[in-house]
Design a protein around this ligand. Structure first.
Ligand code: GDP
Ligand code: IMO
Ligand code: MG
Length: 427
């Protein structure tokens, strides 16, 4: 039985949470493989709305085992706050398991994330300020602190001591902040040890054994293709591997076990934070997309930048992830436009480009070439089959599919679990 990868095709907030939740009842394990509490996934089930950050969206499916994989960076205070919040609403977190190899976000990295952004001035990334970048940097720099270190106080002390010199140098000499002591960091982390101990597992082993038994594993990506540290719009990216390749390194299963790569793509485009965005609308249309689509960050509450669908980006996502299926979301938000533009190519320095430009400079200069599609006025939020959609909406979807490089498996017409038109089964 297969492993399925589910990732974002654009700059995040495509509706990955809803898509994962929908597959939750058909899979045995849902694994978060990258990122941390920079992610924000909103899942709507009837009258209940859940905002998930660190917990895999599979937490809402009884019978499904949620897994925090080795590729995740964990802020323990946020994790337990989220667990307590969701358990108070009657959702059990008993089945949650956490990789011994996942890194934890020590408090000094939250401070460093925020001061580094302030020092960058107008070159800032617009990070979520959660300590994500500095923690991944520590991992690569081999001064990170892992979940397993909490299980051995002596080792934990050594690890924090190892990071202290470099980190305090940065905090004090570069950023003019207070130094931390090893004791205060160790104490802060150890307050969670009794709660986390029963959840800690060799999750690579657990996942491979589950696959050997024929169970189905869904690997859920945070962030998205264009925020990926390798394939995104660097340096305006997050610090982890948010593309399909990251699903293997971030969970400890081999690429040959992956059967499908599902990319979630919005019927228009949004971005939070700084960085290039060719189809961005800075006019009343952008404002309208933001208002109708409720495009405000789940994590930071920041207004999301909005623009038209960009098929160059969708094709790029299809290519770098090896997408087998797209899940199209938020088609309902486009109801009421007379005409809907879709970016089919870029013009860069007088030349037409059908693919993502090679350099970031060219991408900054990319001017969208639009094709225009006739809109529809009918409310589509109650549609349940493709045939329920007005003809112009059908034509818009089929045109996007033709331009995007992989077939569409479903279409979202509202935030609720039920508001989905299935075109072909994913599991
Ligand atoms: P994620 O980070 O990719 O999980 O996406 P977010 O949860 O941050 O943002 C997507 C938002 O769109 C959430 O508020 C969802 O409830 C909502 N949503 C998802 N699919 C649809 C859809 O098809 N139509 C509408 N109107 N809202 C949707
Ligand atoms: P989900 O999983 C949208 C953006 C930040 C910033 C950049 C780097 O909900 O789609 P970071 O704090 O990660 O170092 O910030 O990445 N960003 C997201 N944007 N959705 C997300 O997650 C994001 N996670 C990070 O806004 O531009
Ligand atoms: Mg989000």
């Amino acid at each position: 039985m297969p492993a399925l990868v589910l990732i974002g095709a654009q700059w995040g907030d495509e509706g990955k949470g809803k898509a994962t939740d929908q597959l939750g009842s058909s899979v045995d394990l849902v694994v978060k493989f990258n990122g941390g509490n920079n992610a924000g996934h909103t899942v709507v089930i009837g009258d209940e709305t859940y905002a998930l950050h660190l917990l895999p969206s599979g937490i809402l499916s009884p019978g499904c085992t949620p897994v925090i994989g080795n590729g995740v960076v964990v802020d323990l205070s946020v994790l337990f706050e989220e667990i307590d919040g969701i358990e108070a609403r009657g959702v059990s977190c008993e089945r949650l398991v956490i990789s011994a190899d996942a890194h934890v976000i020590p408090s000094y990295n939250r401070t460093l994330d925020r001061v580094a952004e302030r020092f960058l001035g107008n070159r800032k990334i617009g990070t979520t300020g959660r300590g994500i970048g500095p923690t991944y940097a520590d991992k690569m720099n081999r001064i990170g602190i892992r979940v397993q270190d909490l299980l051995d106080e002596k080792i934990l002390r050594q690890k924090v001591e190892g990071a202290r010199a470099q980190k305090n140098h940065l905090l004090v000499k570069v950023y003019n902040r207070k130094a931390f002591t090893v004791d205060e960091v160790v104490e802060d982390l150890l307050q969670y040890v009794d709660r986390i101990r029963p959840m800690v597992r060799d999750t690579s082993l657990l996942l491979n054994e589950a696959l050997d038994r024929g169970e189905t594993v869904l690997l859920e990506g945070g962030q998205a293709t264009l925020l990926d540290v390798d394939h995104g719009t660097y340096p305006f990216v997050t610090s982890s591997s948010a593309t399909a390749g990251g699903a293997c390194t971030g969970s400890g299963i081999g690429p040959r076990r992956v059967d499908k790569v599902i990319a979630v793509v919005k019927a228009y485009t949004t971005r939070v934070g700084e960085g290039p965005f060719p189809t961005e609308l800075l006019d009343a249309d952008g404002e309208r997309l933001r208002n109708v689509g409720h495009e405000y960050g789940t994590t930071t509450g920041r207004p999301r930048r909005c623009g038209w669908y960009d098929a160059v980006i969708a094709r790029y996502a299809a290519r770098v992830n090896g997408v087998t299926d797209f899940v199209l979301t938020k088609l309902d938000v486009l109801t009421g436009w007379e005409q809907i533009p879709v970016c089919v190519a870029y013009e860069v320095d007088g030349k037409r480009l059908d693919e993502m430009p090679m350099t970031q400079t060219e991408f900054h200069h990319a001017v969208p070439e639009y094709e225009f599609f006739d809109g529809w006025t009918e409310d589509i939020s109650a549609a349940r089959t493709f045939e329920d959609l007005p003809k112009n909406a059908q034509d818009y979807v089929r045109a996007l599919e033709g331009l995007s490089g992989a077939p569409f498996a479903s279409i979202g017409v509202g935030p609720d679990r039920e508001q989905t038109l299935e075109l072909r089964p994913l599991v």
